[in-house]
Design a protein around this ligand. Structure first.
Ligand SMILES: [Zn+2]
Ligand SMILES: [Zn+2]
Length: 166
């Protein structure tokens, strides 16, 4: 049975489209008896808006496999501290050292101790700065103003002394 191109009206956009001999042959091999009722572009549009059952299931399958049930991929890396092989749940980067869990743990402790020491030091700096203002009984802004006033006073003194020398 020979197929011939046929012009069919589209149900959606009412344009005519070509139902080619090749497509007709394809349809017949798939056992489809009915002619397509929509032009290819309207078919694609409907497919995008309402995916058929099979596509829904397959995309759900993809979603499930990415839904956290797959085990985390581990990357083999060399510890920057002890040079032992270790596995990390992220891709190691050249510019960031990777540590085994032992070294990472001791490094964390060291960093935490350092951070605590820095925090204590800055806290005492702030405390001493605050107490120095308290001793003078001035807020930081008032202190600036008094500094400016004393600078003017020094200038006045210099002018006076210059005058007195003449
Ligand atoms: Zn159409
Ligand atoms: Zn290590």
């Amino acid at each position: 049975m020979a197929f011939q191109d046929r012009e069919l009206p589209c149900r959606d956009c009412e344009n005519t489209f070509t139902f080619t001999a090749g497509e007709q042959e394809f349809y017949s091999t798939k056992g489809l008896e009915h002619d397509p009722v929509r032009c290819p572009s309207c078919r694609a549009q409907r497919k995008a808006l309402r995916p058929d059952e099979r596509e829904t299931i397959s995309s759900y399958g993809v979603y499930v496999s990415w839904g956290g049930r797959t085990p985390r991929q581990l990357h083999v890396a060399t510890c920057a501290e002890c040079a032992n092989q270790t596995e990390v749940p992220f891709r190691p980067r050249d510019d960031r050292p990777v540590y085994c869990s032992d070294c990472y743990g001791s490094l964390r402790k060291k960093q935490e101790a350092q951070a605590a020491a820095e925090a204590a030091a800055s806290a005492s700096r702030i405390a001493s700065a605050a107490s120095s203002f308290e001793l003078e009984g001035l807020s930081p802004q008032e202190k600036e103003e008094s500094d400016a006033a004393s600078a003017i006073a020094i200038l006045d003194n210099q002018e006076n002394s210059e005058e007195s020398e003449e």
